[in-house]
Design a protein around this ligand. Structure first.
Ligand code: PMV
Length: 305
């Protein structure tokens, strides 16, 4: 039996724009997916998860596998199949917290073994798996779930950044799941129909990501929160925020250093940058606005046991 776990993630700045070549800042959060695997029927892959118990014969097309299980089956097939795989996760699914990426990364770690742990091989295998369900994935999520900590992602690779020691995130969910591929496709249509405006928003976000990295280096939470709030304006400008997200951003902005949606938007979650001075008030504010919320460390450990 082999096992591995990987954290979920939050995008601090840069979602959507990263699909169009801009950099992004991400951190691993304190919720994890765990994958265990052991030998099974030759050639077949059996997956047990919250979505069911599915045995996939070697001859089945990957497209016929339940979407939630497809990435895990992809990783297992790359290892030759003949595996029973179990997936457990406490990462809320479909709300922009990297539940799918964390499963792909943990599957790569468990199935491919120690050689892939934390290494580019695990990220590459996890991204191939993720792209069986979301072909346009930028790779930012898989990199954050594999590397852990806080990362700057750009052009398909990433660098570790300083995690501010006192900072944490309040994560507030609208409770509405989104389909990332649909939201990404609608942003692409918008980018194509008004390339000049979209291009200037990309430049603005690229500048904000650079400024936010500088704020991380100096541990300046006020500046980091301001850049996150400005990023939220850009996300609203491409139509991915909605009334429910706006309400949570407003509630969290009153008490935190800055708040924004995280992930694809149109449902999903808001994150607010906090420390010990304002975390409890911010949690109360977003719960008062109707969110399910929790506080998370900013920069949990990446792929591991
Ligand atoms: O799937 P989500 O909600 O975690 O969002 C992923 C982030 C996007 O930038 C929208 C897509 C991507 O591949 O980077």
């Amino acid at each position: 039996m082999r096992a591995a776990s990987a954290p979920g993630k939050a995008i601090l700045l840069g979602e959507h724009f990263v699909v169009h070549g801009t950099g992004a800042l991400l951190c691993a959060i304190g919720r994890r997916a765990r994958v265990t695997c052991s030998g099974g029927t030759a050639g077949a892959v059996r997956v047990r998860s919250a979505y069911g118990d599915e045995e996939v014969p070697a001859a089945s097309a990957i497209s016929s596998v339940t979407a939630h299980h497809r990435p895990v089956v992809q990783v297992a097939r790359e290892a030759g199949g003949g595996l029973d795989v179990s997936v457990e996760s406490d990462i809320p699914a479909g709300v922009g917290l990297g539940s799918s990426s964390a499963c792909c990364v943990a599957a790569a770690g468990a199935i491919l073994g120690g050689a892939a742990a934390g290494a580019p091989a695990a990220i590459a295998a996890a991204l191939r798996a993720e792209r069986t369900v979301f072909a346009a994935a930028s790779g930012a999520d898989t990199a954050a779930c594999a590397a852990g900590g806080v990362i700057a992602f750009s052009g398909g690779s990433h660098e570790a950044c300083e995690a501010p020691p006192r900072a944490s995130l309040v994560v507030a969910s609208t409770g509405r799941a989104h389909t990332t591929a649909d939201v990404v496709a609608s942003v692409r249509r918008r980018a194509e129909s008004d390339a000049a405006r979209f291009g200037s928003l990309c430049e603005r976000v690229a500048g904000l990501v650079d400024d936010a990295r500088a704020a991380l280096r100096s541990g300046d939470l006020v500046a980091l929160g301001r850049h996150m709030a400005e990023n939220q304006e850009c996300l609203a400008g491409i139509g991915v925020s909605d009334a429910g997200l706006d309400r949570l951003v407003r509630a969290a902005s009153a008490t935190s250093y800055g708040a924004k949606l995280t992930g694809a938007g149109r449902g999903g979650c808001v994150i607010a940058l906090v420390d010990a001075s304002n975390a409890a008030r911010t949690l109360k504010a977003v719960r008062g606005a109707g969110a399910e919320a929790f506080e998370s460390e900013m920069g949990a450990r990446g792929l591991g046991a």
